[in-house]
Structures are given as C-alpha cells and as structure tokens.
Design a protein around this ligand. Structure first.
Ligand SMILES: CC(C)(COP(=O)(O)OP(=O)(O)OC[C@H]1O[C@@H](n2cnc3c(N)ncnc32)[C@H](O)[C@@H]1OP(=O)(O)O)[C@@H](O)C(=O)NCCC(=O)NCCSC(=O)C[C@H](O)C(=O)O
Ligand SMILES: [Mg+2]
Length: 270
C-alpha cells in the first residue's frame, strides 16, 4: 500500500446509488466519505441505472466529503461495466467488495486508475489481508461484518466475538502497510447506544473509522472516532511537558511513542 495522501475518514456512509433521495440527503450530512453502492444494496434490475446515477452524483459533487463507488465483485457480470464507469468518473476511491487476493485488487486499481479500498469479508480474504494491503493501489481495508458472519456461519444477530479475530487481522494488515483500517457496519438503525459502544470498541481495536448505513449514525460515529475534548487537552499538556526518554506525566509513564500519539491527536484537530 502506498501511503494514503489524506487523513483517514471517521465515517464512511454507504447508500444505494439507485436511491436519489439518499444521494441528496448525503450532501447534507457530515460523513467524511460517501460510498455510492452498486453492489448488495442495489436490486439486480437497477444495476445499470445505479451505475449511471453514481457517476452523475460524484460529478455533481459532495462538497468536502471524500467520494467512493462500491463496484460489484470480480466474479459478477456487472463488474466490467462498473470498472469502466468508475474509470470515467471523478470518484476519489473505488471500493472493491469480497477481495480474496492481491492480484484482483491490483487489477481493479489499474483499471479504475484510482486508489482502492478493499473489503475483507470472506475467510480467504481475511487469510490474504496482509498481501491485499501491500498492493500499491490499496489505500485501506474495510471489514465487511455482514458477509463475514454469513460466510463463517455465524448467526446474523450474534455479537462480534466470532468475528473479532478477523477484525483484528484487518487492523493488523492495514497498519503493517500504512493504510486505513475501517470497521464494518452496525445494522440496528434505532440503537444509538449500541452504535456508540461498537464505535468505541472498534476504535479501541485500532480502527480509524466505521462503515455506516443511515444518516442517524453519522454524528455519533464522528464523535466516537474523533478525539474527545479531554483527549485533546491531555495531548496538548503532554506535548508541553514531554522532554525525552521515559518520564512521569499525570501519574503514568510516557515515552517517545506517546509523544507521537499526542502529536497525531493535535494534528487531527487542526
Ligand atoms: C437501511 C435502509 C434501507 C433504511 O431505509 P429507511 O427505513 O427507508 O430509512 P429512513 O426512512 O429512516 O430514512 C430517512 C431519510 O434518510 C435517507 N437515508 C436513508 N438511508 C440513507 C443513507 N444510507 N444515506 C443517505 N441517506 C439515507 C432516506 O432517503 C430518508 O430521506 P428522505 O427520503 O429525504 O426523508 C437505508 O437506510 C439504506 O438503504 N441504507 C444503506 C444500505 C446500504 O448501502 N447497504 C450497503 C452497504 S452495507 C454493507 O453491505 C456492508 C458490507 O458489505 C458487509 O457485508 O457487512
Ligand atoms: Mg458485504
């Protein structure tokens, strides 16, 4: 993975490219990245219309938000048409679902002539995550928890214990190659407390941000993945106090890596 040029997104809002009301709504939301979906959210009969709508939507623009188009997977009959459409579009990223090997990610990056966000959502994908992340065009990995649960035989409503190793593998692979690590979706649309808890758990695992599916999830996710006021205050105080080597700061040991983490927090605020 070549180093991503942009700050990692806290929130990636997926929406069916075939839904014009959702496209319009996304322009009013504070999602860091908008992902126009051509894959699982779009009925088979609407694929061609969704593709045209996605290209038109990114051309019209989403203000300061990053834009991505999620294409259909390499084995799908729509895949080739999707590649051509993304190549001709102004989307910032192509999201490739169900990636299982490095070669597919490289081919898609080259065909679309833009960075790839590779979704890790099958057992072979998890086992190949490190090689996929190493592809120069791949700027980040996204965990696909719904497909992971389905492919592992985990009931849809189960907690994240059964996918925890896969999620941590996604973070390890992304970090090892310097790219973004994005957590999967939270399906319960009306459970804000559950969403916040899952965002925090994802952040504590090392994820940079989370995939979202509804406008009501955006603000809570941005708050959870952004540094809190207390974290920013602590980081600034640490940077003011730190000299060199191991030191005591507010009752805890700090060393060079804590200084680097504090610098990252302050940079994020800027
Ligand atoms: C999940 C939904 C189908 C729910 O739809 P609905 O009940 O109709 O939503 P609301 O009535 O609450 O919507 C209120 C307004 O918000 C707009 N809206 C809804 N969702 C979005 C969205 N994602 N982005 C932008 N705007 C949205 C509605 O249009 C309403 O606006 P208005 O009409 O003006 O009043 C629906 O939320 C939805 O389709 N969500 C996205 C689904 C999706 O993209 N899925 C694919 C990605 S998830 C995934 O597959 C992850 C991975 O692959 C895995 O395996 O885990
Ligand atoms: Mg999926």
């Amino acid at each position: 993975m070549s180093a991503p040029r942009r700050l990692s997104p806290r929130s990636l809002l997926f929406l069916p490219a075939s839904n014009p009301r959702a496209v319009a709504k996304a322009r009013m939301l504070k999602a860091d990245c908008v992902v126009l979906d051509l894959e699982d959210a779009v009925p088979r009969s609407d694929k061609a219309a969704a593709r045209a709508a996605a290209v038109a939507a990114v051309a019209e623009g989403f203000g300061p938000r990053l834009t991505a188009i999620r294409i259909n997977g390499v084995a799908d009959g729509e895949h080739t048409d999707d590649l051509e459409a993304v190549a001709a579009s102004v989307a910032d990223y192509v999201v490739l679902p169900k990636v299982e090997n490095a070669s597919d990610a490289a081919v898609v990056g080259s065909a679309c002539r833009r960075p790839v966000l590779a979704m890790i959502e099958t057992p072979p994908g998890v086992l190949a995550a490190a090689e996929i992340a190493e592809v120069a065009a791949v700027h980040g990995l996204i965990a696909g928890v719904n497909d992971l649960r389905a492919s592992l035989g985990i009931p849809a409503g189960a907690d994240r214990a059964g996918v925890a190793l896969a999620l941590q593998t996604v973070v390890l692979a992304a970090r090892a190659s310097g790219g973004w690590a994005i957590d999967g979706v939270f399906n319960l649309l009306d459970d804000t407390d559950g969403l916040v808890a899952e965002c925090r758990a994802g952040r504590d695992m090392g994820f940079d941000g989370k995939s979202l599916i509804h406008p009501g999830q955006v603000d809570a996710c941005n708050r959870a993945f952004g540094p809190s006021d207390a974290e920013v205050e602590d980081a600034r105080a640490l940077l003011a106090a730190a000299t060199d080597g191991a030191e005591r700061f507010r009752g805890r040991m700090i060393e060079a890596m804590h200084v680097a983490q504090a610098q990252a927090v302050v940079a994020r605020v800027r």
